[in-house]
Ligand binder design. Sequence first.
Ligand code: TYM
Length: 333
Amino acid sequence: MTAFPARAAAAPLRTFSGIQPSGAPHIGNDLGAIRNYVRLQDEYEAIYCIVDYHALTTVHEGEVLRQRTFEMAASLLALGLDPDRCTLFVQSHRPEHTELAWLLATVTPVSWVERTPSFKEKREARPDDINHALLTYPVLQAADIAMYKASIVPVGGDQSAHLELSREIVRAFNRRYGETFPEPREVHTETPVVMGTDGLRRMSKSIGNTIDILAAPDVIRQQVMSMVTDTQRIKRTDPGRPEVCNVCQLHRFFGEDYLEIQDGERTARTGCVDTKRLLADRIIRHYAPARERYAELTGHPDRVEGILEAGADRLRPIAAATMAEVREKMGLR
Ligand code: TYM
């Protein structure tokens, strides 16, 4: 786990992170990022954003995006974001983000965005939908962070290249127009990269190898039971290798006895199916309270909408101050 810098005495450090409205959060989002969002609420001034502008690069049906944005808000609240301890808002409710992205684009060489791994991946995965916004995606991400002068950014390991680019963009701006933005530092949990149920690739909605933590118990069970374990363990009596088995690794987060579980696999005392069944039970139990809160929140959409509106309102003066400073420095009248 990353150690966080001490809070400054005068101005509290700000933490910011964004998450795409993909509808249902998966265990990778939680173990890689959301747990840190929750924890950091008590340590810093925390701002969390559902990045619907970013999602527009891949989601093209308005109603789907609107619904997913709502569901992600309800999910984050159910998982522990507390509107009294953090600010949760929807990116498009503070349209200053797109203005700042444009201004930051003027200090960003094209070569920096072209080399971003996520752009290269998307270009390969979706050759018929390489829209321009996919290329400038990381500039908007830099603007999200810079808008609030955030210095701590809790993210999973897959976001490192974007965070590096955010730092470069901020540095380029500061060099050209004078010290304006702090350089954002990413912080990780103990599991910056959670592997998917295929055991091969990072867990990701777009790959479809997820365990959806707030889904119905039978969906979670089916997803966990589909997990690929140690591929060299063919027979039930073969000794397993817990260090390469994703199921064994995930057990670390859902019980104190994971060393015993790993030992059971190693000595073939337990089979992969037993270990998966136990993991499914534990994940279902662990997220049961959040699932209940989620059902409660989705039954009261006005409450969720109210929290999002209040969040965007609370940020208005900060965004206005940043934009005034930036416009002044850049010579906009
Ligand atoms: P997104 O929506 O893909 O993911 C949200 C967060 O979940 C983390 N994550 C994972 N962590 C570990 N293992 C996994 N398998 C896994 N899958 C997802 C991500 O690292 C992320 O922290 N570009 C960002 C959204 C964004 C943003 C920002 C983040 C927009 N503006 C400003 C930080 C600051 C994204 O697409 O995350």
